[in-house]
Design a protein around this ligand. Structure first.
Ligand code: SF4
Length: 71
């Protein structure tokens, strides 16, 4: 799979989030570089647009993403 199309501007990928998790590099490999279809940030972006992605939403928090989009 290809890189996520948001990789250049995503605050998670570019280490701009507060309290980056120790697992950040693993998440980048798993989500950003391999498959963004299960990324919480990408899920909200796809459904509601960039302005609705919380700044503190981590890629692995898909349950919160589903709550935000009402899925
Ligand atoms: S955190 Fe999600 S939205 Fe951001 S670059 Fe990685 S896969 Fe894409």
């Amino acid at each position: 799979m290809a890189d996520c199309q948001l990789i250049e501007t995503c605050i998670f990928f570019n280490d701009k989030m507060a309290n980056m998790p120790d697992m950040a590099n693993l998440y980048k490999q798993r989500y950003c570089r391999t498959d963004n279809s299960n990324c919480a940030r990408f899920t909200v972006f796809s459904a509601l647009g960039r302005e609705n992605v919380p700044p503190d939403l981590y890629p692995n928090d898909i349950s919160r993403a589903r709550e935000i989009i009402g899925a």
